[in-house]
Design a protein around this ligand. Sequence first.
Ligand code: SF4
Ligand code: SF4
Length: 112
Amino acid sequence: MTENAYLIANNNSVGLPITIDPELCSGCNSCVAACRAHLLFPNPEKGKPPMLFYSEECWGCGCCVEYCTVPGAIKMRDVLHQRVGWKRKETGEYYRIGMKTPPSPNTRPPVY
Ligand code: SF4
Ligand code: SF4
């Protein structure tokens, strides 16, 4: 029995660490080969920009940018917002930028 498995690109993720300009990208897939975390996959349409999966797993290493063959086609975004949380002084609410449903307030004491 054969079953198909599908991956869906998460391009609207809060933690989108990179952006690829489809006008500039040649679809060479050099960035795909360079990605240390194996998050980039070739587009099934030849010549189109690669697809990013599991963007929250991005190391922020910048290898994809370094190895891009077209200057400016791929750019890093600030990935710090994936790791940093904020706390509202007034309410104690703990949240991360862009989260639609912020988690419950963090009541654990700091580890330091
Ligand atoms: S920054 Fe590093 S881990 Fe993130 S997509 Fe680029 S090569 Fe992959
Ligand atoms: S290396 Fe640059 S030009 Fe090549 S597929 Fe990746 S983003 Fe596009």
